[in-house]
Design a protein around this ligand. Structure first.
Ligand code: SF4
Length: 252
C-alpha cells in the first residue's frame, strides 16, 4: 500500500501535481490554512477541517458545491478533487499553541474518507497529528466505510463522535442521488463496527430521501447499536442559507 508522507520536502517537489482516479481528476495544491472558523449553522464548532476541496462522491444534492466560486467547477462537482498537500505542515504550526478543548468538525465541504484517501492517508496523518499533540473534541462526518480503517486512532481521542450518513433504505434511490457512494448495507456495517469498538457513533439521515419501508429501515438502523440519530429533511429550495439543493436534482 502506498502511503505518502505529507511533511517530507522531497515528496513535495517530486509528487505529481495532477493525476486521476477513475472519473475524478486529482490536483495537488498548497492551502493557506487548514483550520477554518465556521460561520452560519456550523458556528457551534471552533474549527472545520477539510483535507480536500471537492469530493468525488459527487452526491447530486450536495450543498458544498455552492461554496466553490468557479461556476464550471460547481457544474462539474464530483469529478474533481484538490488535495491540500501542505495540510499536515499547516496543522503542525499549531503545536506551538495546542488546540486543547477546541471543537473540530471534519469535514464540512468534502468527505475525509473519499476514494483518494485510501491511497494518500492524508486524513489519517491529520488525525495522528491531532491525537498526538492536541486534546481536541472531534466530530467526524462521512459516507464512507473506509472510516473503519482508523478505528485505532479514534480510540485514542478523549472526546470524539463518528457520524455516518445514510439517507434512504432503497438502493435505487441511493443510486439516483449518491451513485458514487458505497451501498447502504456497507455503511450500516461500517457504523456497526465503529459502535462495537466503543467509539461514540451517530447516524445522520441528512438529507432524508424517499424511504421504501420505514419500519424495516428503522429496525436496520437500530440493529447497528447506534443510539443517536440526526434527521434533516430534503430542502428543495435554497432559502436564506447560501447553499441548498442543486437545480439538477430537484427534477429527480
Ligand atoms: S459526500 Fe458529502 S461533500 Fe461529498 S458530495 Fe456527498 S454530500 Fe457532498
Amino acid at each position: 500500500m502506498e502511503i505518502l508522507s505529507f511533511d517530507m520536502e522531497e515528496n513535495h517537489h517530486d509528487r505529481q501535481k495532477r493525476s486521476s482516479l477513475g472519473r475524478t481528476s486529482i490536483e495537488y495544491q498548497s492551502a493557506t490554512n487548514i483550520l477554518t472558523k465556521p460561520s452560519g449553522f456550523m458556528n457551534t464548532y471552533d474549527y472545520t477541517l477539510n483535507p480536500y476541496s471537492g469530493c468525488s462522491f459527487g452526491c447530486s444534492y450536495c450543498y458544498a458545491a455552492f461554496f466553490v466560486r468557479d461556476k464550471q467547477q460547481q457544474e462539474d462537482w464530483g469529478t474533481w478533487v484538490r488535495v491540500k498537500d501542505n495540510a499536515l505542515e499547516l496543522l503542525k504550526k499549531y503545536r506551538r499553541k495546542p488546540l486543547h478543548g477546541k471543537t473540530i468538525y471534519m469535514s464540512s465541504v468534502t468527505d475525509p474518507y473519499q476514494p483518494i484517501e485510501r491511497k494518500l492517508h492524508l486524513t489519517r496523518c491529520l488525525l495522528e497529528e491531532l491525537v498526538n499533540y492536541h486534546d481536541v473534541h472531534l466530530v467526524l462526518q462521512t459516507r464512507s466505510p473506509l472510516v473503519t480503517r482508523d478505528i485505532d486512532l479514534f480510540q485514542r481521542f478523549s472526546v470524539i463522535q463518528v457520524n455516518m450518513t445514510i439517507t434512504t433504505d432503497d438502493e435505487k434511490v441511493r443510486k439516483t442521488f449518491e451513485p458514487y457512494c458505497s451501498s447502504i448495507q456497507a455503511r450500516l456495517n461500517a457504523i456497526t463496527a465503529i459502535q462495537a469498538s466503543g467509539i461514540p457513533a451517530c447516524i445522520t439521515l441528512t438529507p432524508l430521501l424517499p424511504v421504501r419501508d420505514a419500519h424495516t429501515f428503522a429496525k436496520r438502523l437500530v440493529a447497528t447499536g447506534v443510539q443517536k440519530f440526526i434527521i434533516q429533511p430534503f430542502h428543495p429550495e435554497r432559502g436564506k442559507f447560501v447553499a441548498g439543493t442543486r437545480d439538477s436534482v430537484r427534477n429527480e
